[in-house]
Design a protein. Structure first.
Lengths: 412, 236, 260
C-alpha cells in the first residue's frame, strides 16, 4: 500500500514539475554536453534528462530545486578527484544515475551524493560503485533515500567510507536500498525520527547499520548479513527494531546487534541466525525483547555490564551453542515464557509450559568467559556432566536467573 | 618331509623348546609323545606357523617356512579343541573351508563314513563334543595333502568312529602320506604309529620304533615302556 | 582377506548382537524424532549419543568378538592364509557390520522423517561419517587390547577403561590444564590436545558444522585459521584417518608376531 502511494506521489511530482517547468536534455551529441552546463542553464524546478553515456565530471553543485533523471543509467565518472554531486537546495530529485570513482581523501569525506541542509529531496534508483562515501545527508530534513544500490570495494576501515550516512538529520526515510562492501552500510549520528526499512546491508567491513546519539528511530524488515558486525546501536534512546533479519555476522567481536547505553528500546519479531553473538548488551535498560527468533547463534544473548529491567518474553531460542552468557552473578532482568530448544523438562499438567524452570546460563558459558580456549570442549560429555551438576545446585551462575515458565512448543 | 633344527621357544620365563632337532622322513606315522607341558603342541604349532619360534629353522618339504603361509596348503591339521564359530551350520563350515583352501575335496565320502548327514543343517554351537570332533575330522581329511597333523584325534569319539578314523589313517598312509600325531591314548598310538618321538624338557629324548622303545626300556608292554621312559628320566 | 571379511561379516550379520545393535539404533532414531519433533534438534541430540555411545559399543563389541571368535581364528590360522589377512578380515567384518547397523539403524528413521527434503542432511551425513570413523577406530583399539591380553576379563576391563578415559576423563584433564595455565597462550596446545583424542576430534568435526558461530567468537589467530577455513575440516578428517590406520597397522604388526 505504502509503496504504491510513494510511487504515485513521486509520479505526480514528476509530472507536476514537467508541466510547469522545462526539460533540458544532456547527452554527448546534444547541445548541452555536460551535467554541470545543464545545471547552470536550468531554471528552478527544471528537469535535466541525462541520456546514456559517460560523463567525466565531479563537483557538480546543485544550488536550485532541480530534477536530474538518468535515462538507461548514464555513467558519471568522478575520476577519483573528489565529491561528485553536492545538493545545497531544497526540492531536489536525483533518479537513475550510475556514479563511479568518488575521490578518496583522509581529510575530507567525499561522497557520491551529498545533501547539505536541505529538505524535501528524493534520491532514488541510483547505483554507486567505487565510492568513498555513498549518500551523505548533512543537517537535512524530510527527505527520502529510496531503492539505491551501493556497492563499494572497501578493504580497510581507515580509508573507506559509509554507504548511507545521516548526520544531524531528521524525518528521513531510508528504504529498499542495497548496500555492500563499504565501511558501515548505513550510519546515523545525531539523527532523530528516521525510518529505515527493507534495506539489505551485507558484506560491510564494520557494521551493517550504526546508530550513534540518535533517538526515536525505527528500523524494520531490514536484512543484515555477513557484516563485520550486524547493527551497533549506541548511546541512543527509544529505538524500535522490528522484524529485521541478522545473519552470519561471524567473528571475534561480531554480533547481530550491539546495544550500548541504550534505554527504552523495543526489539520485536527479529530473526538472529548463525551469528557469533545474537545480541550483545552493555549498560542498556528497560528494553523489551519479544517474539524474536534466535537460531543457531554462538551465543543468543551476551549480557555484559549493568543491564537492568530488561524483559525477554515469548522468544524462540533454537539450537544456539549458548542461550545466554552473563558476566555477573546479579540479575535484574526477566525471562518468561520463552521457548528454549535446550530445555529438557516436562509438562505433566499439560498447561503448555514446563513444570521445572529453565536455567539459560550454563556453567560452561561461565568457564568459556574466563578461559576462552575451553570453547573447544563444547558439547563434550564431561562438560555436560558438570553443567548438569551446576544446574542442580548453582554456584557460579546467577541463582535466580530462570525462565519459570519455559514453553513446550516453539512460537510460530 | 619335516626338518627342524635347534628350535627354541620360550613363553615368558617358561622354556618350552630348548634347541630341538627333528627329522621326519616322508611317509609313515610319527607319534609325538611326552609328559604334559613337554612341548608337543608347541612343536606342532611351530611347524604350522601358529607359534613363532625364538630361534631355529623349520623346513617343510625342503623349504624354510619363515613367515610364509602358502606351504600350509600342503598340510591338513586337526586341532586339539574342536571349537568352531557357533553361528555357522556344519554345511556352511565345510563350504567355507573349501572356499578358503580352493582344493579338490571329497567331503561327501567322509560325511557318510561318520554319519554326519543328519547334522549338516545344525548350527555348530548345538553339536555334542563327539559330533564336533567328527566334523573336525571331516575338515581335516577332506583334502588331499602330503602332510597330516593330528592333535588328539580320538577326543570324544565313540568306538565306531574310532575304528573309522583308524581305517582312514591307514588308508591315507598307504597313499604315502606323512602323519604327525599326538595322543594320550597309548593303545591308539601303539596301533597306528610307525615311529615314536618322545619329547622331554624341550628336546627329543627318544626317537625310534615301538620295538626299539621296548628294547631300550626293557618293557614288553608299550604303555609301561612309555611310563618307564618318563620315570627313568625323573630319577636321573 | 576378502574371504575372511566375508565370513566374519556373515557370521556377525547372523548373530543376535548385530540385530540388538541395529534395533537399538533404529529405536533411538525413532524415539529421538518422536520426542523432538524436529530433524535439526534430533540431529543435535544424536550427536551427543554418537560421540559417546558409538565408541563404547565399538569397544565392547570388538573385545567381545575377538574373544568369542578365538576358535574360529585358530581354525583359520592352520589354513593357508596370511595372518594379517585373518585379523584384518575379522576386524573389517566387525567394524563393517557395526557401521552398517549404525548407518541403517539411524538412517531409516531419519529418512522416513523426510531427511532428504531437509537441510539437516549434511549435518546428518557428517554425523554418520564421524560415527563410522569412531566405529573403525574403537573397534581397532579394542582388537589391539584384546590381542595383547589373553585374559578375557582383563581385556574387557582395559577396553572399557580406555573408552572411559577418552570419552570423559581426558576432557576433564584437558579442561583443568586449560584453566590452570590460562595466562599462557593456549590455542595451539588445545588444538593439539584435541588431535590426540579421537572422540574430541570427532566432536570438533561436528562442532565445525553445528557451532561454527560460537567457535569464531574466539580471538586466537590459530583457532581462527583452524575453524574459519577448511583447514579444520581437512585436519580433523586427516587425523581421524591416522587414528584409524595406526591401530589397524599395529593390529597387523602384533598379530604377525603373536603365538597361538
Amino acid at each position: 500500500m505504502k509503496r504504491r502511494e510513494v510511487f504515485f506521489c513521486s509520479l505526480l511530482l514528476l509530472f507536476g514539475i514537467h508541466l510547469q517547468a522545462g526539460t533540458i536534455t544532456v547527452c554527448g551529441s546534444c547541445k548541452v554536453k555536460t551535467i554541470k552546463e545543464g545545471v547552470a542553464m536550468a531554471a528552478d524546478f527544471d528537469t535535466l534528462l541525462i541520456k546514456k553515456g559517460t560523463y567525466n565530471e565531479f563537483n557538480i553543485q546543485i544550488t536550485k530545486p532541480l530534477t536530474l533523471i538518468g535515462e538507461n543509467y548514464p555513467v558519471i565518472d568522478g575520476g577519483d578527484k573528489g565529491e561528485i554531486i553536492t545538493i545545497v537546495s531544497d526540492n531536489v530529485t536525483i533518479d537513475g544515475l550510475f556514479i563511479i570513482n568518488v575521490g578518496t581523501s583522509y581529510t575530507a569525506d567525499y561522497a557520491a551524493i551529498r545533501v547539505v541542509q536541505s529538505e524535501h529531496f528524493l534520491i532514488q534508483n541510483v547505483v554507486l560503485e567505487k565510492l568513498f562515501f555513498g549518500i551523505y545527508l548533512e543537517k537535512c530534513k524530510n527527505g527520502k533515500v529510496y531503492h539505491n544500490k551501493i556497492i563499494g570495494d572497501a578493504v580497510d576501515e581507515y580509508n573507506s567510507g559509509n554507504g548511507i550516512q545521516l548526520w544531524y538529520s531528521q524525518n528521513i526515510v531510508v528504504e529498499r536500498n542495497i548496500v555492500q562492501h563499504v565501511r558501515d552500510g548505513i550510519y546515523l549520528e545525531f539523527s532523530d525520527n528516521i525510518t529505515i526499512e527493507n534495506n539489505i546491508s551485507s558484506d560491510n567491513l564494520r557494521y551493517g547499520l550504526h546508530f550513534m546519539f540518535s533517538n526515536d528511530d525505527i528500523y524494520k524488515d531490514n536484512t543484515f548479513e555477513n557484516n563485520g558486525a550486524g547493527v551497533a546501536v549506541m548511546f541512543s534512546k527509544r529505538i524500535k527494531m522490528l522484524g529485521n533479519t541478522f545473519r552470519k555476522n561471524w567473528g571475534t567481536a561480531s554480533f547481530g546487534i550491539l546495544l550500548k547505553e541504550i534505554n527504552d528500546a523495543e526489539i520485536t519479531g527479529n530473526t538472529f541466525e548463525e551469528n557469533t553473538v545474537g545480541i550483545s548488551i552493555e549498560g542498556s535498560n528497560r528494553i523489551n525483547y519479544s517474539k524474536n527468533n534466535f537460531i543457531k547463534n554462538g551465543w543468543a544473548i551476551k549480557v555484559r555490564g549493568a543491564c537492568y529491567t530488561n524483559t525477554f518474553i515469548h522468544n524462540n531460542f533454537l539450537y544456539n551453542s549458548f542461550d545466554l552468557a552473563y558476566n555477573s552473578n546479579l540479575n535484574d532482568n526477566i525471562f518468561d515464557e520463552n521457548y528454549w530448544s535446550n530445555y529438557t523438562g516436562y509438562d505433566l499438567d499439560r498447561n503448555g509450559t514446563g513444570d521445572i524452570p529453565y536455567r539459560p546460563v550454563k556453567l560452561f558459558s561461565y568457564i568459556v568467559n574466563r578461559t576462552p580456549e575451553t570453547i573447544i570442549l563444547l558439547r563434550s560429555l564431561f562438560m555436560d556432566i558438570i553443567d548438569f551438576s551446576e544446574k542442580v545446585s548453582p554456584v557460579f551462575t546467577p541463582d535466580e536467573l530462570v525462565d519459570a515458565k519455559p514453553l513446550m512448543k516453539r512460537i510460530k | 618331509m619335516i626338518h627342524v633344527e635347534s628350535l627354541h621357544k620360550r613363553f615368558g620365563k617358561n622354556v618350552v623348546l630348548a634347541g630341538l632337532d627333528l627329522d621326519i622322513a616322508q611317509g609313515g606315522i610319527s607319534a609325538i609323545l611326552g609328559p604334559n607341558g613337554s612341548g608337543k603342541t608347541t612343536l606342532i604349532k611351530t611347524v604350522l606357523g601358529m607359534v613363532i619360534p625364538n630361534k631355529g629353522t623349520i623346513e617343510v618339504m625342503d623349504t624354510p617356512i619363515g613367515n610364509r603361509w602358502k606351504y600350509r596348503q600342503d598340510i591338513n591339521y586337526l586341532p586339539q579343541i574342536a571349537n568352531f564359530p557357533g553361528n555357522l551350520k556344519v554345511r556352511e563350515l565345510i563350504a567355507m573351508i573349501k572356499d578358503i583352501r580352493q582344493k579338490p575335496s571329497d567331503e561327501q565320502k567322509l560325511i557318510g563314513l561318520f554319519g554326519l548327514e543328519p547334522f549338516l543343517d545344525n548350527k555348530l554351537s548345538n553339536l555334542s563334543g563327539g559330533t564336533k570332533q567328527k566334523v573336525n575330522i571331516v575338515l581335516t581329511f577332506m583334502f588331499d595333502s602330503p602332510l597330516i597333523i593330528l592333535d588328539e584325534p580320538t577326543n570324544g569319539l565313540d568306538p565306531l568312529a574310532l575304528i573309522r578314523l583308524k581305517e582312514l589313517i591307514f588308508e591315507e598312509r598307504e597313499k604315502g602320506k606323512t602323519f604327525l600325531i599326538t595322543s594320550h591314548i597309548m593303545q591308539f598310538v601303539e596301533e597306528v604309529s610307525d615311529q615314536i618321538v618322545y619329547l622331554l624338557e624341550g628336546k627329543i629324548y627318544f626317537k625310534g620304533s615301538i620295538t626299539e622303545l621296548k628294547t631300550k626300556t626293557g618293557q614288553s608292554n608299550f604303555e609301561r615302556a612309555i611310563a618307564a621312559i618318563s620315570t627313568h628320566n625323573n630319577h636321573d | 582377506m576378502i574371504k575372511i571379511l566375508k565370513y566374519s561379516f556373515y557370521d556377525l550379520m547372523r548373530s543376535r548382537w548385530s540385530y540388538v545393535y541395529f534395533l537399538f539404533y533404529l529405536l533411538l532414531g525413532f524415539v529421538l524424532l518422536f520426542l523432538n519433533n524436529e530433524l535439526s534438534k534430533a540431529v543435535i541430540t544424536l550427536m551427543n549419543v554418537i560421540i559417546v555411545l558409538v565408541p563404547l559399543i565399538g569397544t565392547i563389541f570388538g573385545v567381545m568378538y575377538y574373544y568369542n571368535s578365538k576358535e574360529f581364528t585358530e581354525l583359520l590360522l592352520a589354513q593357508p592364509i596370511k595372518r594379517s589377512s585373518i585379523f584384518l578380515g575379522q576386524y573389517l567384518g566387525v567394524a563393517g557390520s557395526l557401521t552398517v547397523s549404525l548407518v541403517l539403524g539411524l538412517g531409516i528413521p531419519f529418512a522416513l522423517y523426510g531427511l532428504f527434503q531437509s537441510n539437516a542432511i549434511w549435518d546428518f551425513s557428517l554425523l554418520l561419517i564421524t560415527g563410522a570413523f569412531l566405529t573403525l577406530i574403537f573397534t581397532a583399539v579394542a582388537f589391539n587390547i584384546a590381542l595383547s591380553n589373553e585374559n578375557k576379563i582383563k581385556g574387557f576391563g582395559y577396553a572399557v577403561l580406555a573408552w572411559l578415559f577418552l570419552a570423559v576423563i581426558y576432557d576433564g584433564l584437558f579442561l583443568m590444564s586449560l584453566i590452570v595455565f590460562e595466562e599462557y597462550p593456549l590455542d595451539n596446545l588445545s588444538l593439539i590436545a584435541t588431535m590426540f583424542n579421537p572422540i574430541d576430534l570427532s566432536r570438533t568435526l561436528i562442532l565445525l558444522k553445528l557451532d561454527i558461530s560460537a567457535l569464531l567468537g574466539y580471538t586466537g589467530a590459530i583457532f581462527k585459521q583452524f575453524f574459519g577455513t577448511n583447514l579444520g575440516l581437512f585436519m580433523s578428517i586427516f587425523m581421524l584417518c591416522l587414528w584409524t590406520v595406526i591401530p589397524v597397522w599395529r593390529l597387523a604388526y602384533v598379530a604377525k608376531r603373536k603365538d597361538f
